[in-house]
Design a protein around this ligand. Structure first.
Ligand code: AMP
Ligand code: ZN
Ligand code: FE
Ligand code: FE
Length: 282
């Protein structure tokens, strides 16, 4: 009997719908990310880099090699009142030139903003050069996690978390934002390339009052399950998703070794949720 239950559990197909590669602030190359997914027994993963799509094609290639279904995605950074809101896009048509041009503009904005953060840090005697930062960030988009990693490597902070808490977190003294995109614009962009816009990790954003407006703008889902959502948060957002008839997604938000530990496999959702996403497309 027990054996029967165990076999049944191992038959459930699982997916991780939020994974970063080294094209944003993850440390894994696409091949490593997909191999890792395979090793954790996942049948599908979504590649969702911050404001960059360069990881999608190599991930699809790796997906064929390891027989893991790869969902082309993105995580777009937007801002409301100086606070960040991340919008995930699943099944995007990433090849559209205008979309790629928009992302290029956002990535240039990211460089400009990183310079501002470095200037603010310098005033607190934390001296990091743009060259050091570029070396850390590698190809693709540059983000605050790269800055935190250099701060840690150079001994200015004893952990990545300390860098965010004391200096560069959304409310930190050295934060700089000014992402020009609003959630509405990101949702519209994702819809325009045939994608499914989903609000990422709402519990980390704590801006629930904006959700009804985003639904009016075309938001189709909520990321209910996330490495930093405790069970109570997931239950709350599941109820909210059901109330508004929204899709439910979930993922680890794995950044490779970027946050000190590999998260793939920490959050797994049933493949059924992938089928529901696919259902919206057809
Ligand atoms: P950015 O896209 O440059 O605004 O940076 C946002 C990213 O920074 C998030 O996606 C996380 O990867 C990372 N991040 C934010 N807060 C923290 C934290 N407290 N510890 C580690 N990483 C964080
Ligand atoms: Zn990140
Ligand atoms: Fe995010
Ligand atoms: Fe993410």
């Amino acid at each position: 009997m027990r054996e029967g239950i165990r076999n049944k559990v191992s038959e459930i197909k699982l997916a991780d719908l939020h994974v970063h590669t080294h094209f944003s602030d993850g440390t894994f190359a696409p091949d490593e990310a997909i191999r890792c997914a395979k090793e954790h027994g996942l049948v599908a993963i979504a590649i969702t880099d911050h404001d960059v799509i360069d990881g999608i094609e190599p991930s699809l290639e790796a997906g064929k090699k390891y027989q893991v279904e790869v969902i082309p995605g993105v995580e777009i950074t937007t801002e409301v009142d100086g606070r960040e809101i991340h919008i995930l896009g699943f099944y995007i048509d990433w090849k559209r030139k205008w979309f790629q041009n928009e992302l290029k503009k956002i990535c240039n904005m990211r460089l400009h903003r990183a310079r501002k953060i470095l200037n603010k840090l310098a005033k607190s005697n934390i001296r990091i050069t743009m060259e050091e930062l570029l070396q850390e960030s590698g190809p693709g988009s540059m983000g605050r996690l790269h800055i935190a990693q250099v701060m840690h490597k150079k001994g200015f902070v004893s952990s990545i978390n300390e860098a965010f808490k004391k200096y560069i977190g959304d409310k930190g003294p050295c934060y700089a934002g000014r992402f020009k995109l609003t959630p509405k614009q990101a949702i519209e962009m994702i819809l325009a390339i045939g994608g499914i816009p989903v609000l990422a990790h709402p519990h980390l954003m704590r801006m629930d009052e904006l959700i009804p407006g985003m639904i009016k703008n075309g938001l189709k889902g909520i990321e209910v399950y996330h490495s930093e959502h405790k069970r109570t948060a997931s239950e709350r957002y599941k109820a909210l998703a059901e109330k508004h008839n929204l899709l439910i997604t979930g993922g680890s938000d794995c950044h490779g070794l970027g946050k000190g530990g590999v998260l793939i496999g920490k959050v797994k959702v049933p493949y059924e949720l992938v089928e529901k996403l696919k259902g919206v497309r057809s």
